[in-house]
Write a protein that binds this ligand. Structure first.
Ligand code: 13P
Ligand code: SF4
Length: 311
């Protein structure tokens, strides 16, 4: 029987067991982003946000990292752990925001602002990371910008994260015009409706949301930041303004609390491409191996190492 035929005949439980066993045999570390489907979240050695997973990659002792997330995250793992085999189970799991930044355009912007330093959100491709002074995630963007030795900062590619950071600093932030198409779908009307329906609820959103949305809510946080907020808060109800995958984790870890999506659930189709069968195939066939051109990886690693200095 071929692997493909065999996989088709397995139930979810059998497939999960098979993955666990093969991952043990291969000494593969399963890193899973908070937006992945529930069955994959349940298999994680570490489930987390981009910053947490980048740290886990840098510290990993396993020879293989199996990354369930999108390409820029797996690429970040490969750059931080170049000697490891890094597998992304779907080669087409990309991030449209990461693809909104291009090297030529960034070089032009740098030439227009010769005194500025450049901060790249990790949601960028490796060639952009190679052009910048330091990377950041939504969890440490404010600290990175405050810590960098410059009064002018080019911030690429998310204009919403740039505008969130601008609220905390006098430095001049020069934003790139990128955005997340998923977080852009959260609307002011949705907040008004939810405030009426659940006046006691805490509304938390991701900083990739539009500034008009951020103006009206209670907390702004990365996905792990929301997990921490939900755990420590005395509130019983939470409204979640980020990709719907996080709600599974929030409910699982806080069974006595209630979590609702802000408006209709917003889905990142790239984050949802990986299914259990792809994870199993990835381990059976070593696919899809992430490679980054050494010269690009060398420069990008400097910006990522710099980021990891910030909590
Ligand atoms: P976090 O780093 O907060 O998990 O966000 C990643 C992401 O892609 C948000 O859209
Ligand atoms: Fe990219 Fe947005 Fe999907 Fe995050 S949610 S991976 S930023 S498209």
């Amino acid at each position: 029987m071929t692997d493909a035929v065999m996989i088709k005949e397995l139930s979810t439980e059998e497939m999960s067991l098979e993955i666990r066993q093969l991952a043990r045999e291969r000494q593969a570390l399963l890193l899973v982003h908070n937006y992945q489907i529930p069955e994959i979240q349940d298999l994680a050695d570490f489930l987390g946000d981009s910053l947490d997973l980048a740290r886990r990659s840098a510290e990993a002792t396993h020879p293989v990292i199996l990354f369930c997330g999108v390409r820029f995250m797996a690429e970040t793992a490969k750059i931080l752990a170049p000697e490891k085999m890094v597998l992304l189970p779907r080669s087409d799991a990309g991030c449209p925001m990461a693809d909104m930044a291009d090297v030529e355009g960034l070089r032009r912007l740098k030439a227009q602002h010769p005194d500025a330093k450049v901060v790249a959100y990790v949601n960028t491709n490796a060639d952009i990371k190679a052009e910048v002074d330091v990377c950041c995630t939504s969890a440490n963007a404010v600290k990175v910008v405050q810590g960098i030795d410059a009064d002018e900062i080019i911030f690429v590619p998310d204009c919403n994260l740039a505008s969130w950071v601008q609220r905390f600093t006098r430095k001049k932030i020069i934003p790139w015009a990128g955005f997340c198409p998923v977080h852009r779908r959260f609307k002011v009307e949705e907040i008004k409706a939810v405030r009426e329906r659940y006046p006691d609820a805490l509304i938390m959103v991701h900083p990739e949301c539009d500034p008009e949305v951020i103006d009206l809510i209670d907390e702004v946080a990365s996905t792990n930041g929301m997990v921490r907020l939900a755990k420590k808060s005395d509130r019983k109800r939470f409204i979640v303004g980020t990709e719907e995958g996080l709600i599974y984790r929030l409910k699982k870890e806080n069974p006595s609390k209630e979590f609702y999506s802000l408006g209709a659930p917003k889905v990142c189709e790239n984050m949802k491409k990986i299914r259990l069968e792809h994870v199993l195939e990835a381990l059976q066939r070593n696919q899809y191996q992430i490679e980054v051109e050494p010269e690009i990886a060398f420069r990008a690693k400097k910006a990522l190492d710099e980021m990891l200095k910030y909590v």
